[in-house]
Design a protein around this ligand. Structure first.
Ligand code: UN1
Length: 510
C-alpha cells in the first residue's frame, strides 16, 4: 500500500464506510473493491450501503434542507466559496486519486479537480444572480414577477469517467440554489466520491449542514431504484449510458419527477479543405486519445474533405505513433488504461465489427500488452479506422479510443453525416471560411448541444451550458442558466389597488 500513502491523507482506509449523512455511516453491506485499471489490482474497499442506509441519508438531507433553504443565497454561496478553497488545497491528492481510480493521466486528473474549483467559483457568483423576471401586468395597479425557489433533495448519479467534476457541476450549483443532495457514484470509482465528500462536506459540517452532501455507495437494486422511485427526490440528475438514461427517464417520469440527463455522444469533427491542419491534428488527438476515448465528448468521427484525407490521415497516424501508453501517474504517459476488462472486450468487438463492415485499420486496432506491474492493466492501442458513414458500428458510441475517419465532399455533406446518428452531444468544424463556419452553427447546421469552430469536441469550459440533444438526453448542466433546472419557478401576481379586475376582461357577477 505504500505507493498509495496519499490516500490516507484523504481519509481513505483499507476498508471504508459506504454512506454519509453528515456523519459516516457504518455500512454493513458486502465489500465493493474497485480495481486499479492501470494494474488490475484491487484498491481499498467500500462497504456497500443498503436500503435502510439510503433512507437514513435521505432523511438527514431533508432535515438539513429545511434550514438550508432559509439561508439567503449569497450566504449559501459563501459555503461554496470555502468548498472551492478546500478543493484548491487538496487539488494534487484528489487529482492523483482520480487518476489512480479511473485511469486518466495525472494532468487530466488535475484538470478534473480544476473543473470542480471552476464550478465552485461560478456558483459563488451565481449565488448573487438567481434572477427572476418582472412582467407587465394587463391589470391596473398590479404587478407580476417570477421567483426561483429551492427544489428539495436532489439525487445525483454519476459515471466513472468524471468521478469528481460531474458531481461538482451538480452539487455546487444546486447548493447555492438551496438544495440538499444524495449522490450515488459509479461503482467503479467510489473512492473518489468518498474523498470528494470528505473534503467538501467538512466545510458544511461545522454548522451541522454536512447532510446536504449525502453519499450512498450501493447497487442499483438496493439504492439506485430506491432513488428513482422516491417521491422525496424531485430531481434526478444522471450521467451515463443511453441505456441507463432510459431507465432513469422512465422511472422518474412515471412518478412525474424531473430528470436531468447527460448521456452518450457520438461526436464528429469536420475538417474542410481550407482548415489549419496542424490545429486540427492536435485537436483530434486530444479529443480522441484523451481520457483513452472515455469522455462523453470524445471525438469519435472525423469527417474530412476528400482532397486532404490522405494528408490528415498521415499526420494523425504519425501523431498516434508518439502516444506513450502506460501508467497514468507517470508524467511521460499520454494515454492510460480503459476502465476495466469489459471495456477492452468492447473495444475489440467494435474493431472487429468495423473491419467486417468494410473499415480499414490505419493504426492500432488491438489491445496493448503492458509489462511488469502494469501487466494486469486494461490497455488498448489508440486506433484509427478508415470508415464509411453507413457502417452500423459508426452509429454507436464505443467508450474507447477508436476514431473513424470518413471522407466527405463539402460542408453540407459533413453536416448531414454528422447529424445522422442517434446522439447529439458535441461537434466541431475546422475551417477558415466564415460562411462554412456560420452555416455549421446555424439552424441548418449541427444539431448538437455543443458546436465548436476551430477547437475540438471535448474539453468544454464550465461557463457554458453542457449537454446535448436526441439520445444524449436533452439536459443542461454546469454554466449559463443551467441552474434553473435545480429550482422551482413561481409566478406571482400582486394587486396593490382597491379593485379586483379579472384577467382577460372577464365580468363575473355584479
Ligand atoms: C463527460 O465526459 O461526462 O467537455 C464530461 C469535457 C469535460 C467534461 C466531460 N469538460 O470534455
Amino acid at each position: 500500500m505504500s505507493q498509495y500513502d496519499f490516500l490516507s491523507s484523504l481519509g481513505i482506509q483499507d476498508v471504508n464506510p459506504g454512506a454519509y449523512d453528515g456523519t459516516w455511516i457504518d455500512t454493513t453491506g458486502p465489500e465493493l473493491r474497485p480495481i486499479n485499471p492501470a494494474t488490475g489490482k484491487p484498491l481499498p474497499a467500500v462497504k456497500d450501503a443498503n436500503r435502510a442506509d439510503y433512507r437514513r441519508v435521505v432523511k438527514a438531507a431533508q432535515q438539513a434542507w429545511l434550514r438550508w433553504r432559509e439561508l439567503p443565497a449569497p450566504k449559501r454561496g459563501e459555503y461554496v466559496r470555502r468548498i472551492g478553497e478546500k478543493l484548491r488545497e487538496r487539488k494534487d491528492e484528489l487529482g492523483q486519486l482520480v487518476s489512480l481510480e479511473c485511469g486518466k493521466i495525472y494532468q487530466e486528473g488535475l484538470g478534473e479537480i480544476q473543473e470542480c474549483i471552476d464550478i465552485a467559483d461560478f456558483a459563488v457568483g451565481l449565488s448573487r444572480q438567481l434572477y427572476g423576471l418582472t412582467i407587465a401586468s394587463e391589470r391596473p395597479q398590479h404587478h407580476m414577477r417570477e421567483t426561483w425557489h429551492p427544489l428539495g433533495v436532489v439525487g445525483i448519479i454519476t459515471a466513472f469517467n468524471f468521478p469528481a467534476a460531474v458531481w461538482a457541476w451538480n452539487a455546487c450549483v444546486s447548493l447555492v440554489c438551496g438544495n440538499a443532495h444524495v449522490w450515488k457514484p459509479s461503482r467503479k470509482t467510489p473512492l473518489t466520491a468518498l474523498a470528494m465528500t470528505r473534503v467538501c462536506a467538512e466545510v458544511l459540517e461545522e454548522d451541522g449542514f454536512g447532510a446536504l452532501l449525502g453519499l450512498i455507495v450501493g447497487t442499483d437494486d438496493e439504492v439506485g431504484n430506491a432513488m428513482l422511485t422516491d417521491q422525496r427526490l424531485p430531481l434526478i440528475s444522471a450521467t451515463g449510458s443511453v441505456r441507463m438514461g432510459r431507465i432513469v427517464a422512465e422511472k422518474v417520469g412515471k412518478r412525474l419527477g424531473r430528470s436531468l440527463l447527460e448521456l452518450g455522444g457520438n461526436n464528429a469533427l469536420t475538417v474542410l479543405d481550407d482548415a489549419d491542419l496542424g490545429l486540427a491534428t492536435r485537436a483530434i488527438v486530444f479529443g480522441a486519445v484523451g481520457t483513452a476515448g472515455q469522455r462523453c465528448t470524445t471525438t469519435r468521427r472525423v469527417l474530412v474533405h476528400h482532397k486532404i484525407h490522405d494528408e490528415l490521415a498521415r499526420r494523425l497516424v504519425d501523431a498516434y505513433g508518439t502516444v506513450k501508453i502506460g501508467d497514468p501517474l507517470d508524467p511521460a504517459t499520454l494515454m492510460g488504461p480503459l476502465i476495466d476488462a469489459q471495456a477492452v472486450a468492447q473495444f475489440e468487438a467494435a474493431v472487429e465489427a468495423a473491419k467486417s463492415q468494410g473499415g480499414e485499420v490505419l493504426t492500432g486496432g488491438t489491445a496493448h500488452r503492458a509489462e511488469g506491474d502494469l501487466a494486469g492493466g486494461f490497455y488498448v492501442q489508440p486506433t484509427i479506422i478508415k470508415a464509411r458513414a453507413d457502417m452500423p458500428i459508426v452509429q454507436e458510441e464505443t467508450f474507447a479510443p477508436i476514431l473513424y475517419l470518413i471522407p466527405i465532399k463539402g460542408v453540407n455533406e459533413a453536416i448531414r453525416i454528422q447529424n445522422d446518428v442517434p446522439q447529439g452531444l458535441s461537434s466541431a468544424i475546422f475551417t477558415r471560411n466564415v460562411r462554412h463556419a456560420e452555416r455549421f452553427l446555424s439552424a441548418v447546421g449541427s444539431d448538437c448541444g455543443i458546436a465548436n469552430v476551430n477547437i475540438g469536441t471535448s474539453g468544454a469550459e464550465i461557463g457554458g451550458a453542457f449537454g446535448g440533444e436526441k439520445e444524449t438526453g436533452g439536459g443542461r448542466e454546469s454554466g449559463s442558466d443551467s441552474w434553473k433546472a435545480y429550482m422551482r419557478r413561481q409566478t406571482s401576481t400582486v394587486n396593490w389597488g382597491t379593485e379586483l379586475p379579472l384577467a382577460q376582461g372577464i365580468q363575473f357577477g355584479e
